[in-house]
Design a protein around this ligand. Structure first.
Ligand SMILES: *[C@@H]1O[C@H](CO)[C@@H](O)[C@H](O)[C@H]1NC(C)=O
Ligand SMILES: *[C@@H]1O[C@H](CO)[C@@H](O)[C@H](O)[C@H]1NC(C)=O
Ligand SMILES: *[C@@H]1O[C@H](CO)[C@@H](O)[C@H](O)[C@H]1NC(C)=O
Ligand SMILES: *[C@@H]1O[C@H](CO)[C@@H](O)[C@H](O)[C@H]1NC(C)=O
Ligand SMILES: *[C@@H]1O[C@H](CO)[C@@H](O)[C@H](O)[C@H]1NC(C)=O
Ligand SMILES: *[C@@H]1O[C@H](CO)[C@@H](O)[C@H](O)[C@H]1NC(C)=O
Length: 447
């Protein structure tokens, strides 16, 4: 609009110069033979062993990440108040746990881990991956490192989700962090990774700690809406009266809550026939009624959510900027969209994202700064419910569950150092309490 203000010109200019200098500086730094090893991704010893490290010559994406890191640090440093911010070194966040976990704080939980000790088979950990081959020296072959599934190493070891001791510990940790609902990855019984065999135990362990359970419905082989509804009916028949099932008040009834991942390949008109009160096979006000929250990834999904007549939407992804929905900068406009259409909006925040070899889709944790900026963005939306991605998505490196430093052959896992293994649990607890106190005065109904 007209001639830009000279000060804006100046800002843009200073910014461009700074960015160019940073770029040149990093490229020169990495070209200097003295520093070259810092960016190299592997070192081959005379005996043929490879030492693999994570850094290498930064790509354009990485330079962008470095820039984003600076930006996140700058944003975070603007706030004096914050978890553990007694000085610049980020201490362990201290907080008095709330008496009861907040049922508006939800977290994505995976019960799909299995190990050989308990299950005779390992699932979702490194060692079930045929790509993980060791060489004659007992070290992982460099070319099999792509088979390493995890960036971090769990303090609990490669546990089984069927282990009651482990699950009880998880629920205790979540209670202390004040997180009141676990959203459990779900497929119907008989489908890969279905949590069916652990649900009963999980529900009891959760309930014992004042935590409730909602389902994170995941697309499964050959799924159809008809089959899914049939399966949800079976689920509700079996577990619907369990006190551990999370319910939300809607249309004067307490309804179970279903988060649905990638719902749109079932078709929005098919969903509408089921979710619209006047739909041809409407489930509204039937025994199968529920609060259905669909995943919003792309911008175009706003219309799909509306057309499908979902009750609300969530963003799931841990990476800011990874999708339209998971970009913090779009949350204000999503709030407006939600309000205009009387939809429930559940922004999802994460401590970071780290897939081995994930490159530009990874989001470093920056000692908790990443989580902080996400929490502030979510709190600013006044959303009645927030989601945390995740408790234990180890394969995505978005977990808050304790992780310890670990090495496996040449592979060095990421860790939370200089902080303790429980740092991100404590951090989540601090921020959930902060958010709870901030939102306590808001109305009790989310719709
Ligand atoms: C291998 O790399 C790690 C991480 O950079 C380093 O700490 C270690 O000293 C290296 N090992 C050898 C034998 O150079
Ligand atoms: C700040 O950090 C340093 C180094 O970790 C620590 O010794 C000190 O106790 C911290 N706290 C305060 C309040 O200075
Ligand atoms: C269950 O987990 C606990 C704690 O990690 C462990 O000590 C125990 O051996 C596990 N039980 C089985 C049967 O694997
Ligand atoms: C190969 O050499 C490196 C560096 O000297 C050493 O750390 C590693 O243990 C050696 N591996 C074997 C199998 O001898
Ligand atoms: C997948 O669904 C189609 C259509 O409903 C059905 O004909 C087919 O038998 C199913 N395939 C399997 C393997 O269940
Ligand atoms: C919310 O506020 C009410 C009244 O001020 C208080 O009794 C209650 O304990 C608060 N709840 C939380 C979770 O802080």
């Amino acid at each position: 609009m007209g001639i830009p203000h000279p000060r804006i010109h100046l800002k843009v200019f200073i910014f461009s110069v700074a960015f160019t200098l940073l770029t040149i500086g990093i490229v020169r730094f990495s070209k200097d033979p003295k520093n070259a090893s810092r960016w190299r991704n592997e070192k081959i010893f005379p005996n043929g062993t490879h030492n693999v490290t994570i850094s290498r010559i930064p790509s354009k994406d990485e330079l962008r990440r470095i820039w984003i890191q600076k930006k996140i640090e700058r944003l975070s440093s603007k706030f004096a108040e914050g978890a553990g911010k007694t000085n610049s070194s980020f201490e362990k966040p201290k907080y008095k746990p709330m008496k009861e976990a907040n049922s508006r704080a939800h977290i994505f939980y995976y019960a799909w881990y299995r190990n050989v000790e308990l299950d005779q088979v390992s699932r979702h950990w490194n060692d079930d991956d045929p790509g993980m081959q060791k060489d004659a020296f007992g070290l992982y072959k460099t070319d099999s490192l792509s088979g390493i599934r995890l960036s971090f190493y769990p303090k609990e070891g490669f546990y089984s989700s069927r282990n009651e001791t482990v699950v009880a510990k998880h629920m205790g940790q979540l209670k202390k962090a004040g997180i009141g609902v676990i959203v459990v990855y779900w497929k119907p019984p008989g489908f890969e990774d279905s949590p069916e065999e652990v649900l009963e135990m999980l529900l009891s362990a959760a309930l014992e700690n004042g935590i409730k359970v909602a389902l994170h419905v995941s697309p499964y082989y050959n799924w159809t809406l008809e089959h899914l509804l049939e399966q949800l009916k079976i689920f509700l028949k079996k577990y619907g009266s369990h006190k551990g099932i999370y319910r939300l008040r809607r249309r004067n009834r307490d309804l179970p809550v279903f988060y649905v991942y990638d719902p749109f390949d079932l078709g929005s008109s098919a969903w509408a026939s089921v979710l619209s009160p006047t739909g041809s096979s409407s489930i509204r006000n039937t025994e199968l009624d529920g609060v259905f929250i669909g995943l919003l990834a792309d911008q175009a999904h706003r219309m799909e959510i509306k057309k499908s007549q979902f009750d609300g939407f969530y963003t799931y992804f841990a990476g800011n900027g990874y999708t339209y929905g998971s970009s913090w900068k779009n949350w204000q406009s999503l709030v407006k969209f939600a309000r205009d259409n009387k939809l429930l909006f559940v922004p999802c925040v994460a401590p970071g994202y780290a897939e081995p070899g994930g490159g530009s889709i990874n989001r470093p944790r920056h000692k908790g700064n990443y989580f902080e900026v996400g929490m502030r963005a979510a709190a600013d939306t006044d959303a009645p419910i927030i989601g945390i991605t995740s408790f234990n998505a180890w394969e995505e490196g978005s977990q808050i569950e304790p992780a310890i430093p670990h090495r496996s052959g040449p592979y060095v896992y990421l860790d939370y150092k200089p902080h303790e293994p429980s740092y991100f649990l404590d951090l989540a607890g601090w921020w959930v309490k902060w958010w709870t106190e901030r939102t306590n005065s808001s109305k009790s109904s989310v719709f």
